[in-house]
Design a protein around this ligand. Sequence first.
Ligand code: HEC
Ligand code: HEC
Length: 442
Amino acid sequence: MRKFLLAGLLGALVLACTHEPLFNPLDYQLETRLKELSPDGSLEFFILPDSEDYASIPQGVGNRLTAEKVALGKMLFYETGLAQDAKYEAGKGTYSCSTCHIPNAGFMPGRIQGIADGGVGFGLNGESRSSMNGYDETELDVQGARALSMLNVAYVTNTTWSGKFGARFANEGTEYAWTAEDTERNHMGMDGLETQNIEGTIIHRMRISRGWLDTLGYLSMFDAAFPDFPESERYNRLTASLALSAYLRTLLSNEAPFQLWLKGSQDAMSEQEKSGALLFFGKAGCYRCHKGAALNAVEFHALGVRDLYQTGGFNTGPDDIRNFGRGGFTGREEDMRKFKVPGIYNMADSPFYFHGASKHTLLAVVEYFNKGIPENPDVPASQISPFFRPLNLSDEEVLSLTEFLKTGLRDPNLQRYVPSSVLSGNCFPNNDPLSRSHLGCE
Ligand code: HEC
Ligand code: HEC
Protein backbone atom coordinates (compact mmCIF):
# COMPACT_ATOMS: atom_id res chain seq x y z
CA MET A 1 0.00 0.00 0.00
CA ARG A 2 2.78 2.43 0.95
CA LYS A 3 4.78 1.40 -2.15
CA PHE A 4 1.75 2.08 -4.30
CA LEU A 5 1.26 5.53 -2.77
CA LEU A 6 4.89 6.43 -3.36
CA ALA A 7 4.73 5.33 -6.97
CA GLY A 8 1.58 7.37 -7.43
CA LEU A 9 3.23 10.41 -5.92
CA LEU A 10 6.27 10.06 -8.13
CA GLY A 11 4.03 9.63 -11.13
CA ALA A 12 2.16 12.79 -10.25
CA LEU A 13 5.43 14.66 -9.91
CA VAL A 14 6.64 13.47 -13.31
CA LEU A 15 3.31 14.45 -14.81
CA ALA A 16 3.55 17.85 -13.16
CA CYS A 17 7.01 18.24 -14.64
CA THR A 18 6.09 17.30 -18.19
CA HIS A 19 2.83 19.23 -18.33
CA GLU A 20 3.60 22.33 -16.31
CA PRO A 21 7.32 22.83 -16.12
CA LEU A 22 8.32 24.92 -13.11
CA PHE A 23 10.90 26.55 -15.30
CA ASN A 24 12.02 26.24 -18.89
CA PRO A 25 15.78 25.58 -18.97
CA LEU A 26 16.17 27.97 -21.95
CA ASP A 27 14.52 30.84 -20.07
CA TYR A 28 16.72 30.13 -17.10
CA GLN A 29 19.92 30.00 -19.15
CA LEU A 30 19.08 33.17 -21.07
CA GLU A 31 18.19 35.06 -17.92
CA THR A 32 21.41 33.93 -16.21
CA ARG A 33 23.51 34.89 -19.22
CA LEU A 34 21.91 38.35 -19.57
CA LYS A 35 22.44 39.07 -15.89
CA GLU A 36 26.09 38.12 -16.32
CA LEU A 37 26.43 40.62 -19.16
CA SER A 38 24.51 43.39 -17.40
CA PRO A 39 26.77 45.86 -15.58
CA ASP A 40 24.36 46.02 -12.64
CA GLY A 41 23.38 42.34 -12.76
CA SER A 42 19.79 43.12 -13.71
CA LEU A 43 17.64 42.38 -16.75
CA GLU A 44 16.41 46.00 -16.65
CA PHE A 45 19.64 47.05 -18.32
CA PHE A 46 18.29 45.55 -21.57
CA ILE A 47 14.75 46.93 -21.26
CA LEU A 48 13.77 49.90 -23.43
CA PRO A 49 11.59 52.46 -21.64
CA ASP A 50 7.98 53.20 -22.57
CA SER A 51 7.72 55.94 -25.18
CA GLU A 52 5.77 58.21 -22.82
CA ASP A 53 8.15 57.65 -19.91
CA TYR A 54 10.22 60.74 -20.75
CA ALA A 55 12.16 60.61 -17.47
CA SER A 56 13.67 57.23 -18.45
CA ILE A 57 14.55 58.06 -22.08
CA PRO A 58 18.08 59.39 -22.69
CA GLN A 59 17.75 63.12 -23.51
CA GLY A 60 19.86 65.64 -25.40
CA VAL A 61 21.61 68.32 -23.39
CA GLY A 62 19.44 71.44 -23.52
CA ASN A 63 16.55 69.55 -25.13
CA ARG A 64 14.30 68.24 -22.37
CA LEU A 65 11.61 65.92 -23.73
CA THR A 66 8.13 67.42 -23.63
CA ALA A 67 4.87 66.22 -25.15
CA GLU A 68 4.63 69.43 -27.21
CA LYS A 69 8.06 68.99 -28.81
CA VAL A 70 7.37 65.31 -29.55
CA ALA A 71 4.01 66.18 -31.13
CA LEU A 72 5.64 68.80 -33.38
CA GLY A 73 8.53 66.51 -34.37
CA LYS A 74 6.00 63.80 -35.20
CA MET A 75 4.50 66.14 -37.82
CA LEU A 76 7.70 67.64 -39.24
CA PHE A 77 9.29 64.22 -39.83
CA TYR A 78 6.47 63.30 -42.27
CA GLU A 79 5.65 66.78 -43.63
CA THR A 80 6.15 66.68 -47.40
CA GLY A 81 5.04 70.33 -47.42
CA LEU A 82 8.52 71.32 -46.15
CA ALA A 83 10.13 70.01 -49.36
CA GLN A 84 10.29 73.45 -50.97
CA ASP A 85 14.02 73.81 -51.63
CA ALA A 86 13.90 71.08 -54.29
CA LYS A 87 16.24 71.42 -57.26
CA TYR A 88 13.36 71.58 -59.76
CA GLU A 89 9.71 72.51 -59.65
CA ALA A 90 8.63 68.87 -60.11
CA GLY A 91 10.40 67.91 -56.88
CA LYS A 92 8.72 70.52 -54.71
CA GLY A 93 6.48 69.17 -51.98
CA THR A 94 7.24 65.54 -52.86
CA TYR A 95 9.52 64.18 -50.09
CA SER A 96 10.11 64.21 -46.33
CA CYS A 97 12.47 62.74 -43.72
CA SER A 98 10.29 59.63 -43.82
CA THR A 99 11.02 59.14 -47.53
CA CYS A 100 14.33 57.55 -46.49
CA HIS A 101 13.23 56.53 -42.98
CA ILE A 102 9.92 54.71 -43.68
CA PRO A 103 8.14 53.50 -40.52
CA ASN A 104 6.94 50.25 -42.11
CA ALA A 105 10.48 49.61 -43.33
CA GLY A 106 11.88 49.81 -39.79
CA PHE A 107 12.60 53.53 -40.45
CA MET A 108 14.98 52.56 -43.26
CA PRO A 109 14.49 53.24 -47.02
CA GLY A 110 13.05 49.85 -48.06
CA ARG A 111 15.71 49.69 -50.82
CA ILE A 112 19.51 49.91 -51.02
CA GLN A 113 19.51 53.73 -50.87
CA GLY A 114 17.04 56.47 -49.98
CA ILE A 115 16.12 58.97 -52.72
CA ALA A 116 14.39 62.15 -51.54
CA ASP A 117 14.48 65.13 -53.95
CA GLY A 118 14.54 63.78 -57.49
CA GLY A 119 12.89 60.51 -56.55
CA VAL A 120 9.58 59.15 -57.73
CA GLY A 121 7.40 56.25 -56.60
CA PHE A 122 7.01 54.21 -53.44
CA GLY A 123 5.75 50.69 -54.20
CA LEU A 124 4.59 48.79 -51.13
CA ASN A 125 7.44 49.74 -48.83
CA GLY A 126 9.82 52.10 -50.61
CA GLU A 127 11.23 49.44 -52.95
CA SER A 128 9.88 50.98 -56.19
CA ARG A 129 11.39 54.43 -55.77
CA SER A 130 13.65 55.51 -58.63
CA SER A 131 14.92 58.73 -60.17
CA MET A 132 12.60 61.32 -61.67
CA ASN A 133 12.85 62.44 -65.31
CA GLY A 134 14.75 65.69 -65.59
CA TYR A 135 17.08 65.05 -62.65
CA ASP A 136 20.68 64.24 -63.45
CA GLU A 137 22.21 61.57 -61.16
CA THR A 138 24.39 64.20 -59.47
CA GLU A 139 21.31 66.31 -58.69
CA LEU A 140 19.47 63.63 -56.70
CA ASP A 141 19.32 63.88 -52.91
CA VAL A 142 21.04 60.57 -52.23
CA GLN A 143 23.95 59.55 -50.02
CA GLY A 144 26.70 57.00 -50.48
CA ALA A 145 25.47 54.75 -47.65
CA ARG A 146 22.21 53.03 -46.77
CA ALA A 147 20.14 55.15 -44.39
CA LEU A 148 20.31 54.19 -40.72
CA SER A 149 17.19 53.26 -38.77
CA MET A 150 15.55 55.75 -36.42
CA LEU A 151 14.61 53.09 -33.85
CA ASN A 152 16.23 53.56 -30.46
CA VAL A 153 18.38 56.50 -31.64
CA ALA A 154 17.95 57.91 -28.13
CA TYR A 155 20.86 55.54 -27.42
CA VAL A 156 23.05 56.95 -30.22
CA THR A 157 25.32 59.67 -28.82
CA ASN A 158 27.21 60.32 -32.07
CA THR A 159 25.23 59.98 -35.27
CA THR A 160 25.85 58.65 -38.81
CA TRP A 161 27.89 55.59 -39.72
CA SER A 162 31.03 57.63 -38.98
CA GLY A 163 29.74 59.07 -35.70
CA LYS A 164 30.70 62.56 -36.82
CA PHE A 165 27.90 64.56 -35.18
CA GLY A 166 27.94 65.48 -31.49
CA ALA A 167 30.67 67.08 -29.40
CA ARG A 168 30.83 64.66 -26.53
CA PHE A 169 31.38 60.93 -26.03
CA ALA A 170 33.20 59.33 -28.98
CA ASN A 171 34.03 62.77 -30.41
CA GLU A 172 36.04 64.14 -27.53
CA GLY A 173 39.48 64.77 -28.98
CA THR A 174 38.27 65.03 -32.61
CA GLU A 175 37.88 68.82 -32.59
CA TYR A 176 40.62 69.12 -35.25
CA ALA A 177 38.31 67.33 -37.71
CA TRP A 178 35.25 69.53 -37.20
CA THR A 179 34.12 71.90 -39.91
CA ALA A 180 33.37 75.51 -38.94
CA GLU A 181 29.67 74.59 -38.84
CA ASP A 182 30.29 71.56 -36.64
CA THR A 183 32.24 73.74 -34.23
CA GLU A 184 29.50 76.33 -34.05
CA ARG A 185 26.78 73.73 -33.46
CA ASN A 186 28.78 71.55 -31.12
CA HIS A 187 29.63 74.60 -29.08
CA MET A 188 25.95 75.25 -28.65
CA GLY A 189 26.30 72.28 -26.31
CA MET A 190 24.10 69.98 -28.37
CA ASP A 191 24.30 66.23 -28.75
CA GLY A 192 24.57 64.20 -31.93
CA LEU A 193 20.90 64.03 -32.85
CA GLU A 194 20.19 67.71 -32.23
CA THR A 195 23.32 68.72 -34.19
CA GLN A 196 22.66 66.38 -37.11
CA ASN A 197 19.02 67.26 -37.58
CA ILE A 198 19.85 70.93 -38.22
CA GLU A 199 22.03 69.79 -41.09
CA GLY A 200 19.40 67.23 -42.12
CA THR A 201 16.83 69.88 -42.95
CA ILE A 202 19.42 71.72 -45.10
CA ILE A 203 20.89 68.83 -47.08
CA HIS A 204 17.46 67.33 -47.62
CA ARG A 205 16.31 70.62 -49.14
CA MET A 206 13.57 71.61 -46.70
CA ARG A 207 12.29 75.14 -46.28
CA ILE A 208 12.05 76.12 -42.65
CA SER A 209 11.24 79.80 -42.23
CA ARG A 210 8.63 81.61 -40.21
CA GLY A 211 6.69 82.53 -43.34
CA TRP A 212 6.60 79.03 -44.78
CA LEU A 213 5.79 77.37 -41.43
CA ASP A 214 2.93 79.86 -41.13
CA THR A 215 1.64 78.92 -44.57
CA LEU A 216 1.64 75.25 -43.59
CA GLY A 217 -0.06 76.03 -40.26
CA TYR A 218 2.72 75.16 -37.79
CA LEU A 219 3.27 78.41 -35.84
CA SER A 220 1.01 77.50 -32.92
CA MET A 221 2.73 74.09 -32.52
CA PHE A 222 6.12 75.87 -32.36
CA ASP A 223 4.63 78.33 -29.83
CA ALA A 224 3.46 75.44 -27.64
CA ALA A 225 6.78 73.60 -27.93
CA PHE A 226 9.12 76.57 -27.45
CA PRO A 227 7.46 79.11 -25.14
CA ASP A 228 10.87 79.98 -23.65
CA PHE A 229 12.33 81.06 -26.98
CA PRO A 230 11.83 84.73 -27.93
CA GLU A 231 9.50 84.88 -30.93
CA SER A 232 12.30 86.08 -33.19
CA GLU A 233 14.17 82.80 -32.49
CA ARG A 234 11.26 80.40 -32.36
CA TYR A 235 10.67 79.30 -35.96
CA ASN A 236 13.90 78.06 -37.51
CA ARG A 237 16.11 75.02 -38.20
CA LEU A 238 17.32 74.88 -34.61
CA THR A 239 13.86 74.60 -33.06
CA ALA A 240 12.76 72.24 -35.85
CA SER A 241 15.77 70.06 -35.01
CA LEU A 242 15.01 70.10 -31.29
CA ALA A 243 11.45 68.94 -32.03
CA LEU A 244 12.56 66.29 -34.56
CA SER A 245 15.17 64.98 -32.11
CA ALA A 246 12.64 64.85 -29.27
CA TYR A 247 10.26 62.80 -31.44
CA LEU A 248 13.04 60.48 -32.64
CA ARG A 249 14.05 59.78 -29.03
CA THR A 250 10.59 58.29 -28.40
CA LEU A 251 10.88 55.76 -31.27
CA LEU A 252 11.60 52.71 -29.16
CA SER A 253 11.08 49.09 -30.23
CA ASN A 254 9.69 48.30 -26.79
CA GLU A 255 7.00 45.90 -28.04
CA ALA A 256 9.43 43.45 -29.69
CA PRO A 257 9.03 39.86 -28.40
CA PHE A 258 12.50 39.96 -26.79
CA GLN A 259 11.46 43.12 -24.89
CA LEU A 260 8.20 41.48 -23.77
CA TRP A 261 10.20 38.44 -22.64
CA LEU A 262 12.57 40.69 -20.63
CA LYS A 263 9.50 42.22 -18.99
CA GLY A 264 8.31 38.79 -17.86
CA SER A 265 6.22 37.24 -20.69
CA GLN A 266 7.99 33.93 -21.16
CA ASP A 267 5.66 32.99 -24.01
CA ALA A 268 6.55 36.05 -26.07
CA MET A 269 9.42 34.19 -27.76
CA SER A 270 9.42 30.71 -29.31
CA GLU A 271 11.93 28.06 -28.24
CA GLN A 272 13.85 28.71 -31.47
CA GLU A 273 14.05 32.47 -30.80
CA LYS A 274 15.23 31.80 -27.25
CA SER A 275 17.96 29.46 -28.55
CA GLY A 276 18.92 32.18 -31.03
CA ALA A 277 19.07 34.77 -28.25
CA LEU A 278 21.35 32.48 -26.23
CA LEU A 279 23.67 32.24 -29.24
CA PHE A 280 23.55 36.02 -29.76
CA PHE A 281 24.56 36.68 -26.16
CA GLY A 282 26.91 33.69 -26.01
CA LYS A 283 28.66 31.45 -28.50
CA ALA A 284 28.12 33.66 -31.58
CA GLY A 285 29.69 36.67 -29.81
CA CYS A 286 27.26 39.25 -31.22
CA TYR A 287 26.95 40.85 -27.75
CA ARG A 288 30.57 41.97 -27.94
CA CYS A 289 29.54 44.82 -30.23
CA HIS A 290 25.71 44.94 -30.11
CA LYS A 291 25.23 46.04 -26.49
CA GLY A 292 22.79 47.51 -24.03
CA ALA A 293 19.09 48.14 -24.49
CA ALA A 294 19.42 49.24 -28.13
CA LEU A 295 21.86 46.42 -29.06
CA ASN A 296 24.13 49.04 -30.60
CA ALA A 297 27.36 50.84 -29.69
CA VAL A 298 29.07 54.08 -30.55
CA GLU A 299 32.17 52.07 -31.41
CA PHE A 300 33.65 51.56 -34.84
CA HIS A 301 34.62 48.23 -36.40
CA ALA A 302 35.43 46.92 -39.87
CA LEU A 303 33.55 43.83 -41.07
CA GLY A 304 34.88 44.14 -44.61
CA VAL A 305 31.49 44.51 -46.28
CA ARG A 306 31.03 46.04 -49.73
CA ASP A 307 30.32 49.73 -50.33
CA LEU A 308 27.20 51.21 -51.89
CA TYR A 309 28.89 52.04 -55.22
CA GLN A 310 29.64 48.31 -55.56
CA THR A 311 26.00 47.35 -55.04
CA GLY A 312 24.40 49.88 -57.41
CA GLY A 313 23.90 53.14 -55.47
CA PHE A 314 23.35 56.43 -57.32
CA ASN A 315 25.97 59.19 -57.30
CA THR A 316 28.66 57.39 -55.33
CA GLY A 317 32.00 55.83 -56.26
CA PRO A 318 35.27 54.42 -54.97
CA ASP A 319 36.36 57.79 -53.55
CA ASP A 320 33.14 58.51 -51.66
CA ILE A 321 34.13 59.62 -48.16
CA ARG A 322 31.38 57.40 -46.76
CA ASN A 323 33.27 54.25 -47.83
CA PHE A 324 35.89 55.07 -45.21
CA GLY A 325 33.49 55.15 -42.25
CA ARG A 326 34.98 56.64 -39.10
CA GLY A 327 38.25 57.30 -40.94
CA GLY A 328 36.45 59.51 -43.46
CA PHE A 329 35.65 61.82 -40.56
CA THR A 330 38.76 61.62 -38.35
CA GLY A 331 41.31 61.10 -41.13
CA ARG A 332 43.10 58.67 -38.82
CA GLU A 333 44.67 55.63 -40.45
CA GLU A 334 43.49 53.36 -37.63
CA ASP A 335 39.83 54.41 -38.20
CA MET A 336 39.72 53.70 -41.94
CA ARG A 337 36.86 51.42 -43.13
CA LYS A 338 35.41 51.14 -39.63
CA PHE A 339 31.69 51.72 -39.15
CA LYS A 340 29.48 52.43 -36.19
CA VAL A 341 27.72 49.43 -34.63
CA PRO A 342 24.08 50.01 -35.64
CA GLY A 343 21.03 49.02 -33.63
CA ILE A 344 19.43 45.87 -35.02
CA TYR A 345 15.77 45.94 -34.01
CA ASN A 346 13.22 45.57 -36.88
CA MET A 347 15.87 44.65 -39.41
CA ALA A 348 13.38 42.26 -41.04
CA ASP A 349 11.34 45.27 -42.25
CA SER A 350 13.90 46.48 -44.84
CA PRO A 351 16.03 43.68 -46.26
CA PHE A 352 19.13 45.67 -47.28
CA TYR A 353 21.88 45.12 -44.76
CA PHE A 354 25.18 46.81 -43.89
CA HIS A 355 26.27 50.31 -44.92
CA GLY A 356 26.55 49.24 -48.56
CA ALA A 357 23.32 47.20 -48.55
CA SER A 358 25.27 44.16 -49.75
CA LYS A 359 23.08 41.51 -48.08
CA HIS A 360 19.39 41.04 -48.75
CA THR A 361 18.29 38.49 -46.14
CA LEU A 362 19.02 38.12 -42.44
CA LEU A 363 20.07 34.53 -43.14
CA ALA A 364 22.76 35.89 -45.48
CA VAL A 365 23.91 38.29 -42.73
CA VAL A 366 24.21 35.49 -40.18
CA GLU A 367 26.00 33.26 -42.71
CA TYR A 368 28.42 36.13 -43.41
CA PHE A 369 29.26 36.39 -39.70
CA ASN A 370 29.46 32.59 -39.41
CA LYS A 371 31.93 32.26 -42.29
CA GLY A 372 33.97 35.26 -41.12
CA ILE A 373 35.45 35.98 -44.56
CA PRO A 374 35.50 39.68 -45.62
CA GLU A 375 33.80 40.28 -49.00
CA ASN A 376 35.38 43.63 -49.90
CA PRO A 377 38.97 43.37 -51.18
CA ASP A 378 39.43 47.14 -50.68
CA VAL A 379 39.42 46.70 -46.89
CA PRO A 380 42.92 45.88 -45.62
CA ALA A 381 43.03 42.70 -43.49
CA SER A 382 44.73 44.68 -40.73
CA GLN A 383 41.57 46.76 -40.26
CA ILE A 384 39.15 43.83 -39.87
CA SER A 385 37.86 43.31 -36.33
CA PRO A 386 39.46 40.34 -34.54
CA PHE A 387 35.90 39.36 -33.52
CA PHE A 388 35.01 38.87 -37.20
CA ARG A 389 36.21 35.29 -37.63
CA PRO A 390 34.62 31.90 -38.37
CA LEU A 391 32.07 31.06 -35.68
CA ASN A 392 31.52 27.38 -36.53
CA LEU A 393 27.78 27.52 -35.89
CA SER A 394 25.79 24.49 -37.08
CA ASP A 395 23.01 24.92 -39.68
CA GLU A 396 20.46 24.65 -36.89
CA GLU A 397 22.22 27.33 -34.85
CA VAL A 398 22.39 29.63 -37.88
CA LEU A 399 18.62 29.24 -38.31
CA SER A 400 17.88 29.91 -34.61
CA LEU A 401 20.04 33.03 -34.57
CA THR A 402 18.33 34.24 -37.76
CA GLU A 403 14.91 33.66 -36.21
CA PHE A 404 15.87 35.70 -33.14
CA LEU A 405 16.88 38.64 -35.39
CA LYS A 406 13.84 38.24 -37.66
CA THR A 407 11.01 37.94 -35.15
CA GLY A 408 12.48 38.16 -31.62
CA LEU A 409 13.86 41.63 -32.34
CA ARG A 410 10.91 42.85 -34.42
CA ASP A 411 8.40 45.25 -32.90
CA PRO A 412 5.26 44.48 -34.92
CA ASN A 413 3.48 47.77 -34.24
CA LEU A 414 5.58 50.73 -35.41
CA GLN A 415 2.42 52.35 -36.81
CA ARG A 416 1.79 53.72 -33.31
CA TYR A 417 4.52 56.29 -34.00
CA VAL A 418 2.99 57.59 -37.24
CA PRO A 419 0.59 60.56 -37.36
CA SER A 420 -2.75 60.07 -39.13
CA SER A 421 -2.19 63.24 -41.15
CA VAL A 422 0.16 66.23 -41.41
CA LEU A 423 -0.97 69.88 -41.29
CA SER A 424 -0.50 70.52 -45.02
CA GLY A 425 -2.89 67.62 -45.69
CA ASN A 426 -0.30 66.24 -48.14
CA CYS A 427 0.37 62.58 -48.76
CA PHE A 428 3.38 61.08 -46.91
CA PRO A 429 6.05 59.61 -46.74
CA ASN A 430 6.12 60.80 -50.39
CA ASN A 431 3.87 63.09 -52.38
CA ASP A 432 4.93 62.79 -56.04
CA PRO A 433 2.09 61.62 -58.32
CA LEU A 434 3.34 58.04 -58.65
CA SER A 435 3.86 57.69 -54.88
CA ARG A 436 0.42 59.18 -54.27
CA SER A 437 -1.10 56.47 -56.38
CA HIS A 438 1.04 53.73 -54.72
CA LEU A 439 0.10 55.05 -51.28
CA GLY A 440 -3.59 55.29 -52.09
CA CYS A 441 -3.66 59.08 -51.64
CA GLU A 442 -5.65 59.78 -54.81
C1 HEC B 1 17.86 61.01 -48.96
C2 HEC B 1 17.54 60.12 -47.86
C3 HEC B 1 17.43 60.71 -46.48
C4 HEC B 1 16.55 61.67 -46.04
C5 HEC B 1 15.55 62.46 -46.84
C6 HEC B 1 16.78 61.78 -44.62
N1 HEC B 1 17.75 60.91 -44.22
FE1 HEC B 1 18.41 60.61 -42.32
N2 HEC B 1 19.86 59.37 -43.01
C7 HEC B 1 20.04 59.02 -44.32
C8 HEC B 1 21.30 58.31 -44.46
C9 HEC B 1 21.89 57.77 -45.75
C10 HEC B 1 21.88 58.24 -43.17
C11 HEC B 1 23.25 57.68 -42.83
C12 HEC B 1 24.22 58.79 -43.25
C13 HEC B 1 25.66 58.52 -42.92
O1 HEC B 1 25.95 57.70 -42.08
O2 HEC B 1 26.53 59.17 -43.50
C14 HEC B 1 20.93 58.92 -42.28
C15 HEC B 1 21.11 59.05 -40.92
C16 HEC B 1 20.25 59.72 -40.08
C17 HEC B 1 20.42 59.83 -38.64
C18 HEC B 1 21.53 59.20 -37.82
C19 HEC B 1 21.12 57.92 -37.17
C20 HEC B 1 22.22 57.26 -36.42
O3 HEC B 1 21.95 56.22 -35.80
O4 HEC B 1 23.36 57.72 -36.43
C21 HEC B 1 19.39 60.62 -38.19
C22 HEC B 1 19.15 61.03 -36.76
C23 HEC B 1 18.60 61.00 -39.33
N3 HEC B 1 19.13 60.43 -40.46
C24 HEC B 1 17.48 61.82 -39.25
C25 HEC B 1 16.85 62.36 -40.37
C26 HEC B 1 15.88 63.45 -40.32
C27 HEC B 1 15.39 64.14 -39.07
C28 HEC B 1 15.54 63.72 -41.61
C29 HEC B 1 14.65 64.84 -42.11
C30 HEC B 1 15.13 66.18 -41.80
C31 HEC B 1 16.26 62.77 -42.45
N4 HEC B 1 17.06 61.97 -41.67
C32 HEC B 1 16.12 62.70 -43.82
C33 HEC B 1 19.18 59.29 -45.36
C34 HEC B 1 18.18 60.24 -45.33
C1 HEC C 1 33.14 43.38 -34.13
C2 HEC C 1 31.86 43.92 -33.71
C3 HEC C 1 30.61 43.19 -34.17
C4 HEC C 1 30.24 41.89 -33.89
C5 HEC C 1 30.99 40.84 -33.08
C6 HEC C 1 28.95 41.70 -34.53
N1 HEC C 1 28.56 42.85 -35.16
FE1 HEC C 1 26.85 43.12 -36.18
N2 HEC C 1 27.59 44.84 -36.92
C7 HEC C 1 28.74 45.48 -36.51
C8 HEC C 1 29.00 46.62 -37.34
C9 HEC C 1 30.18 47.58 -37.22
C10 HEC C 1 27.99 46.65 -38.31
C11 HEC C 1 27.89 47.61 -39.49
C12 HEC C 1 28.97 47.22 -40.49
C13 HEC C 1 28.90 47.93 -41.82
O1 HEC C 1 27.81 48.12 -42.34
O2 HEC C 1 29.99 48.25 -42.36
C14 HEC C 1 27.10 45.53 -38.00
C15 HEC C 1 25.93 45.23 -38.69
C16 HEC C 1 25.05 44.23 -38.34
C17 HEC C 1 23.77 44.01 -38.96
C18 HEC C 1 23.17 44.86 -40.09
C19 HEC C 1 22.62 46.15 -39.54
C20 HEC C 1 22.23 47.15 -40.58
O3 HEC C 1 21.81 48.25 -40.22
O4 HEC C 1 22.35 46.86 -41.78
C21 HEC C 1 23.19 42.95 -38.35
C22 HEC C 1 21.82 42.36 -38.64
C23 HEC C 1 24.15 42.46 -37.38
N3 HEC C 1 25.25 43.28 -37.38
C24 HEC C 1 23.96 41.35 -36.59
C25 HEC C 1 25.00 40.75 -35.90
C26 HEC C 1 24.96 39.39 -35.40
C27 HEC C 1 23.80 38.44 -35.54
C28 HEC C 1 26.17 39.16 -34.83
C29 HEC C 1 26.69 37.88 -34.21
C30 HEC C 1 26.80 36.76 -35.14
C31 HEC C 1 26.96 40.37 -34.97
N4 HEC C 1 26.21 41.30 -35.61
C32 HEC C 1 28.24 40.52 -34.49
C33 HEC C 1 29.57 45.05 -35.48
C34 HEC C 1 29.56 43.77 -34.98
